[in-house]
Design a protein around this ligand. Structure first.
Ligand code: GLC
Length: 647
């Protein structure tokens, strides 16, 4: 079959092209240039001149680390400077474009004005894999608009304990759901390469063969490099402690936590990030069996493996030994935000001593180059000149409509007493609660700042829950927010001189403030890992969010607000904004209707779309919902339609 043969030849040629180009370039590189490619500093600690001088292969932004005024143009200018330095070939430096990485985990949410999607837990509730792929495509476009080519997403964690501060980064406690999403988000982000479901028939499947054999699938024209993370078992740690210890046998590790990576790799994921957690007491960052033997050997992963933030440091007292352990375990690129010069020196010394074989260095650098060639980085040209840079679609209405659809589909209706929902757009509706008019709270962590923001001023574009309701309900009134402190209950009718019973219903938006990683853990206070101060950037010790899942203990003002309104005879519709299920027995009992909204992102107007009946509820719980005394109040998969039947 000519067409098959020709496409096969074409694909095979591309694979051989890539492999030939890797071999040719590798042969010209000296040890300093190779080690430089394996080094990933954080932007605040490296200049474009140093990128050239040390042959740096990648630079990253940690959460909230943003250039200039944090507009797309500022990002493009920064990337252009790094790219130009990396490509300035001379007798001592080879032109190899840097790969810039960011945490665009729910849209390119670091950047002001970006479309911010619901965090993964809400997308898991939506149950729509096709939507996930569209979200990936929109996210990729908004990443490319900033001159960035790599996102540290998707998180493929299977969260098994909702006390974990990163529960919201997990699509579900069910590995089957995460697996169904993994391939779709990777294809959405990377623009279509990989196996199965790719238009173009055999080409797609052949690409997959390349992915697992001769090379890697190419990026689509609007694709960015994806990063499946965190390898592996990050969502399965004991008591949900972030960076903790996942205690389980290999059968469970494979069935629950490795399974989603199979579809991510089949879809052509080009990079994988290692977890800061441990498996049965062994750090993943030093786990040769998991990285070299399982991921690269058994699963045939041909891209490159990147460490997580300072993930090498805690492996051994002696830093050089820690570096050797990580690289020999199969880590190809090391995220060393501050101490990158020490890393370079330590790795060089360990290679010269023979502790790290040159073959391992060549394998690592070969993988990095393979990804750079496969994603067309050498051909994409400088960031300023690229088609997508400063793209007008950044934060566009069309992008926001995709996010608003995701919000609608993510909402889970847990209670609707007496059919109080849908609300009447012609009614007198009080909207109150700490999250009522707060786009920052809706977005949660990894939004503009690592730990997220509160208020509206730094979430440009989009709508709060209040703004969404106000736009369609002439009789809506925003309740006085009596301050966000716990000591003050939130405003109700009495704060506005309204007569009792003046409202047909009250929408009360309550829940968690933004957090990220260990700062979101529910556990006893103390370091993320007892006995170590090796923590992600931020305070010396990551104080947890609290030591209980009971919302009435964490934020007592929420329950007070609900009860005040209920005692005035106003039916209360609770909208819970949280990164996870919480124990809300009392809040549930005091409300007429109760909606789990998760972390919906910038398009809070999607909440009004469903509360007032333009759309029905479709969301189903991605995780079991805990009640008091450790019981499961609602099982995974539970969710009600407006008319009361289960979704
Ligand atoms: C963080 C996270 C990881 C993120 C990385 C870069 O510590 O563990 O998910 O991609 O650092 O910000």
């Amino acid at each position: 079959m000519t067409s098959f043969t020709s496409s096969h030849t074409a694909v095979a040629r591309r694979a051989s092209d890539v492999e030939e180009r890797v071999a040719e370039l590798l042969a010209r590189m000296n040890l300093d240039q190779k080690i430089g490619q394996m080094t990933q500093p954080e932007r605040m600690n490296v200049t474009p001149d140093e990128v050239k001088r040390y042959h740096i292969g990648s630079v990253l932004s940690g959460g909230g680390s943003c250039p200039g005024d944090n507009r797309p143009a500022d990002w493009v200018a920064m990337n252009d400077a790094y790219w130009a330095a990396s490509m300035e070939e001379d007798e001592g430096h080879l032109a190899i474009p840097i790969l810039y990485g960011v945490d665009a985990i729910h849209g390119n949410a670091n950047v002001l004005g970006a479309t911010v999607f619901p965090h993964n837990i809400g997308l898991g509730a939506a149950g729509d894999p096709e939507l996930i792929e569209r979200i990936g495509r929109v996210t990729a476009r908004e990443v490319l608009a900033t001159g960035v080519d790599w996102t540290f997403a998707p998180t493929l964690a299977v969260a098994r304990d909702v006390r974990w501060g990163r529960t919201y980064e997990s699509y579900s406690e069910d590995p089957g759901v995460v697996s169904r999403y993994a391939g779709r988000i990777v294809r959405g982000l990377q623009g279509g390469g990989g196996s199965g479901g790719v238009e173009g028939g055999s080409e797609g499947r052949l690409d997959a063969e390349i992915g697992h054999g001769a090379g890697l699938p190419a990026l689509g024209p609007e694709g960015v490099v994806a990063c499946a993370k965190h390898w592996v078992g990050d969502g399965g740690t004991r008591d949900g402690v972030d960076q903790g210890n996942a205690v389980m046998d290999e059968e469970e590790l494979r069935r629950v936590h490795i399974a989603p990576y199979v579809s991510a790799l089949e879809a052509g994921a080009l990079t994988v990030m290692v977890s800061l957690s441990s498996w049965n007491g062994e750090k993943c960052h030093a786990h040769r069996y998991l990285i070299q033997d399982v991921l690269k050997g058994e699963m045939g992963f041909r891209g490159f493996v990147v460490s997580d933030w300072n993930g090498v440091d805690p492996l051994a007292e002696d830093y050089g030994e820690a570096v050797a352990m990580a690289v020999n375990a199969g880590i190809d690129m090391v995220m060393v935000p501050e101490t990158w010069k020490a890393f370079i020196a330590a790795l060089r010394e360990r290679v010269e001593r023979g502790d790290v074989p040159v073959e391992r260095i060549d394998d690592a650098v070969g993988r990095i180059l393979r990804v750079k060639f496969a994603c067309g980085l050498f051909e994409r040209g400088r960031p300023w000149g690229r088609r997508g840079a400063n793209g007008s679609s950044f934060g566009s209405q069309a992008h926001r409509e995709v996010a608003r659809e995701a919000v609608r589909k993510s909402l889970v209706l847990l209670k609707n007493e007496g059919g109080v929902l849908p609300l009447d757009k012609g009614g007198r509706i009080l909207v109150t609660g700490r999250g009522a008019d707060d786009r920052g709270r809706l977005c949660g962590g990894f939004t503009v700042e690592w730990q997220g923001v509160v208020g509206n001023d730094r979430i440009e574009g989009g709508t709060s829950v209040w703004e969404g309701i106000k736009a369609v309900v002439p009789g809506a009134v925003l309740g006085g927010v009596g301050g966000v402190g716990e000591g003050q209950s939130v405003g109700g009718p009495q704060d506005m001189g309204e007569e009792e019973g003046d409202f047909d219903a009250a929408v009360v938006v309550i829940g968690e403030r933004p957090y990220a990683e260990g700062l979101g853990d529910i556990r006893e206070a103390g370091p993320v890992r007892p006995g170590t101060n090796q923590l992600p950037a931020g305070p010396g010790v990551l104080e947890p969010y609290g030591d209980t899942l009971q919302l009435a203990v964490l934020h007592p003002g929420d329950l007070r607000t609900i009860r005040v309104l209920r005692e005035r005879g106003i039916p209360v519709v609770v909208v819970l904004v949280s990164g996870r299920p919480l124990v809300v027995d009392d809040e549930l009992a005091a409300s007429a209707a109760f909606v789990a909204a998760w972390l919906p992102g910038s398009e809070g107007g999607g909440v009004a779309d469903v509360l007032f009946g333009d759309y029905d509820f479709e969301g189903r719980l991605p995780m079991g919902w805990p009640g008091g005394w450790g019981r499961v109040l609602f099982p995974r998969g539970f969710g009600l339609h407006l008319l009361g039947s289960e979704v």
